[in-house]
Write a protein that binds this ligand. Sequence first.
Ligand code: AR6
Length: 190
Amino acid sequence: KAKHLEGTIGDIKISVYEGDLTQVTVDVVVNAANKRLDHAGGVALAISRAGGRKIQKESYEYVDKHGTIPIGQVMHTGAGKMPCQYVIHTVGPKWNNHGDEETVKAQLYEALVNVLYYAANRLKATSIAIPAISAGIYGVPVDVCAGQLMLATLKFVQSPPENNTLRDIRFVNIDDQINRTFVRIFSDSL
Ligand code: AR6
């Protein structure tokens, strides 16, 4: 089965591949955070370690000043020592806390829609790398996650903001099985 997928919709390239998000050379890397921006596990810990102390420090300063981040919302920090410029932190839903599958799906969709418009409008980013938000510790089934992230990407590429800068959207998964599921789900639309 394929491990790499690439397609173009309008003038935006979308790709899915296996890799370490902390090593990708893009403008923005997305973090699957919790509402306190406590980067203690999963991809959040990997990003926090790779970037250095600055990322956790800026994150706590933000929460001290503005409070916790609601599910589906976003903020950004610098990227420290990573090759990217910025980290957009978003809070995905937990699979078990809700019981309502449709709510979880809507929240995951909303999270990535917010990430993509924020990257384009606020950060004027040209490229972005995205993990399987909520599909690790938060327990959302990988196919459900991939489906919602695909729908959010389609929403963005079909109605990009005015003067859109974002041309390169990547889904980067460190886990081979998760990556293969993303390739399978995204191949329906790419
Ligand atoms: N590069 C790419 N993907 C990665 C990497 C990496 N370096 N490391 C892990 N993944 P998770 P969540 C994948 O658990 O479910 C944290 O503690 C991993 O295989 O990081 O949204 C936060 O602080 C999985 O597919 O995010 C929150 O408390 C995906 O990243 C909580 O976990 C997401 O898994 C958020 O849980």
